[in-house]
Design a protein. Structure first.
Length: 400
């Protein structure tokens, strides 16, 4: 791959991922400029810059391991506070704006197709893939590419465009609470709450939020141990469903894809145990901190594949298509939020959950200090793993 650090230099790449995630957190908590940018974006920009400068590779088994092991553990740890009984009343309203945002993605895919179909080959398949990805996430993207048997080079180009557009859109979403237009036309109670918090002189809001807590060795042991157990059990359940459910027709194939999706099963199992054993999991110290650090590693990784050179050389029009989908998602989301009187924070996180998935939405909520919205958006965003495939198949079959 002609990078300074080779893809198989495992220890150095892990050192970069974890080290840069740690630096991003430190910068966010130490400097006001970094707090405004947020550590999540700093993590992403660092990876984006180094990969495009060919210092780190754009592909490596190390990055695959982050998706395979780190992301499931992060989801599990962050869902320990997800007691359905407690958050149902809070999340019900956000479900509406999320579904409206998903409709925006579908409209964007159709509009983009009709504008660019004559210029981009296999755009119907790409539209299905991007619909799944921009409602659910990477798992839906992979499912749609397989369902429509999309050529490998088209899938690779779409992945690059997807990652770069997603990274750029995060800048926009993170900046929105600071833009006068949005503050004027939307209610923003969570932003106001964070801004009213007492912050020590020379200390950022992020540092104020992530204060020192009493976390014992037993807490860490139970957090990590239980997370591994939940992920292992969930993965086994998903593999079981994937092996026993036939794929002889479209419905069974879709059912196989859904129930065989480890992220969907992990989310379901974690929410069940967090609800049934709510007192135990809600009192575990360190789960949010550990999960958040793992999320920052994830932010570093999603910045890596966004090769600007590859976009310019191979698929500029695919980037335009992704831009159309994201732009219309944003327009529909915020118009509906204004019409139905949703808060600015709810609209931002709903759009984020569609475009980036529940993990990025939860990470943004964490980095912004919108603590009451973390569990609801994680819960609602994971519904994208369910409906993303449905919507992708509908759009793909309609356009093709």
């Amino acid at each position: 791959m002609n990078s300074l650090i080779s893809p198989d230099n495992t220890w150095v790449l892990w050192a970069f991922l974890c080290g840069w995630a740690a630096i991003s957190i430190v910068l966010e908590q130490r400097y006001q400029w970094a707090a405004k940018v947020t550590g999540a974006i700093i993590a992403l920009i660092g990876a984006l810059a180094l990969s495009n400068l060919k210092i780190i590779p754009t592909e490596s088994p190390v990055y695959d391991n982050v998706w395979t092991y780190v992301v499931p553990l992060a989801i599990t740890l962050l869902l320990y506070q997800c007691n359905i009984k407690k958050i149902w009343k809070e999340s019900g309203k956000m479900l509406i704006i999320y579904l409206l945002s998903a409709v925006g993605t579908m409209i964007g895919a159709v509009v983009g197709f009709y504008l660019l179909a004559s210029k981009i080959p296999y755009l119907g398949e790409v539209a299905a893939m991007m619909t799944g990805s921009y409602i659910g996430g990477g798992a839906n993207f992979a499912a749609m590419s397989a369902a429509f048997d999309t050529p490998g080079d088209v899938v690779s180009a779409a992945v690059v465009s997807d990652n770069l557009l997603m990274a750029l859109y995060f800048f926009v979403l993170i900046a929105m609470p600071s833009i006068a237009f949005f503050r004027k036309h939307f209610l923003h109670p969570y932003v106001d709450e964070v801004e009213k918090q007492e912050v020590k002189e020379g200390e950022t809001a992020a540092a104020s939020y992530w204060t020192h807590k009493d976390i014992s060795l037993k807490d860490i042991a139970l957090c990590i141990g239980s997370a591994f157990v939940i992920v292992a059990v969930s993965t086994s359940i998903a593999q079981f469903f994937a092996s026993v459910i036939p794929t002889s027709n479209a419905f069974l194939s879709l059912l196989n894809t859904l129930l065989g999706n480890q992220y969907l099963i992990i989310t379901t199992v974690t929410m069940i145990v967090a609800t049934v054993f709510g007192d135990f999991f809600s009192n575990l110290g360190g789960a949010q901190e550990l999960g958040t650090f793992l999320i920052y590693i994830f932010f570093v990784v999603i910045g890596v594949p966004a090769s600007i050179q590859s976009i310019i050389m191979n698929s500029p029009l695919l980037l335009v298509f992704c831009f159309i989908v994201v732009l219309i998602n944003m327009i529909v989301t915020f118009i509906c939020a204004k019409l139905f009187k949703f808060n600015l924070e709810e609209a931002i996180l709903a759009s984020n959950a569609c475009i980036g998935g529940p993990t990025t939405a939860a990470a943004m909520a964490v980095s912004k200090g919108w603590t009451k919205l973390i569990a609801p958006i994680m819960l609602i965003g994971t519904l994208g793993y369910v409906i993303g495939n449905y919507c992708g198949i509908i759009i793909g079959n309609f356009l093709l």
